[in-house]
Design a protein around this ligand. Sequence first.
Ligand SMILES: Cc1ncc(C[n+]2csc(CCOP(=O)(O)OP(=O)(O)O)c2C)c(N)n1
Length: 561
Amino acid sequence: MTQTRIAAEDYLEALAAHGIDHLFCNPGTDFAPIVEAFARSARSNRKVPRPMVVPHETAAVAMAHGYTMVTGKPQAVMLHTNVGTANAINMLIDAARDRVPILLTSGRTPFTEAGAEGSRNAHIHWAQEMFDQAGMLREVVKWDYEMKRGDQAGTVVDRALEMAMASPKGPVYLSLPREVLGEVMDRSPASNWERRARPRSPVPAPADVEQLAEWIEAARAPVVITGSLGQDPRDAVVLSRLAEQWALPVVPYNTRYFAISANSPMFQGSVPGPLLKDADLVIVIEADVPWIPSQEHPPAGARIVQIGEDPLYARYPMRSFPSDLTITASALSALEALEQALAKLKGTHVETRRARLVQRSTNLHAAWRAEAEQAAQINKNTLAWLNHCMREVVDRDTIVISEYSFRQEYCPLEMPGSLYSLSSAGGLGWGFGASLGAKLAAPEKRVVSVLGDGAYMFANPTACHYVAQMQNLPVLTVIYNNALYGAVRRATLGMYGRGVASENDGRLLADLPAPAFEKIVLAHDGHGERVDNPRDLPGALQRAAAAVRGGQQALVNVICP
Ligand SMILES: Cc1ncc(C[n+]2csc(CCOP(=O)(O)OP(=O)(O)O)c2C)c(N)n1
């Protein structure tokens, strides 16, 4: 039987032509042409992305995020009309603030009530229509569009990905009406992608780099504060080299990526306060919030430099950090240029700075180790101990995903691209799905996520364990289980430390009596353990890692009272 082509086939082929390997889906009635197009591609052997059912939108978007952060390649997600899109917005906010390119798409309920291929034929087709479906996420995405004609399949995908990948990167949204996807095509879709030179990310002005190099030469107490530096793993390589050569202390503050190894003497912990208060030069690289002004700030006379692809954070309504030199540049290009500029200078204070910083680093490491080892004495699992024990399962081939709980202070990492943490937007539920996306992207790596008990539950754990099992993605999930929304309690006590709420230790609306998480993973053919006694933690982590090596997903529920 000869078949006419439908637009959905062109659309899927356009995605594949852009290197999109996966379409993470949570389908509905709007998907019929997509399902038909996938079925046809299996017969024709034409290249399309691999479709994957992910039974919750949070997990679907987090998986795309996880895959992209490891590979740098944007992936696509397709969800069901307005309702599926609504479920995705939390994860989209995370991706947007972290500048992760994702092509989010959803079907649009059929707009014709009758008469076209794909017109309305189900009750929900009326109620799911919105005046402006993209309106609910327009503030979050860089670009949105609704495909209007089948022959736009090529040009629309070109435009969507061009926008997602241009600096600063970010998610984009495309809605796909069913009638349009089902249009019968009599010609190939247009595309001039070969002729579309992509713009570079911004590079610094040479005069600004010279200025910064001179300030570094003059500085006695400089500090570098990073936030999302390391998104491109090469950032960390150059930063580490520069920091060690020029004795520049680095504080990765609420870092989302690996910026420098905690084994480097220039890693000076992850809170800026202690170095900031005496600094004479503060170099902020890709840090949206380099310090909390109501709690700490540099001395009035300190020079402040802000460097980033979008150093003003144009999409943040309010942000007023001072800056004496603001450089629009990718971290990598700025650091490389700085390295060249510094090479011409003498490094007058370098050895004095180095001696002080090496000593400080030695002291800090001793304190961090003592803090971790205290757990055995008090017979309680602590955050420090949990992270210290992570050394059992972290090697150079491990990717760590952190949603709240991982600290390099206690478990130094070595490799650029080995750490990914929750976006500064803080939309919880990201970590588990991101770990699945990371494992899909790098099957040869061990992927370990460290999640709060609250964060684990936000991820729709059943959906995530399901994907791990069905798609054969053996990941290790470690839960820092304090049976609490600790952040909520801290906030209550922070504001009402002497209020009535403090009489109950700020636990109202924060207590989260936890079920036996280690049993949930058993329902998905996984390995689960609960650890109460800190001495049992190393062994439990080793057994879990062995299960993962054997192809099983694993979960360790660490009770941290
Ligand atoms: C989607 C979403 N809902 C609510 C919050 C508010 N919130 C911030 S931290 C937090 C508690 C998280 O609990 P857990 O993961 O156990 O970490 P803990 O604070 O106990 O360290 C909550 C509910 C959020 N950030 N994101």
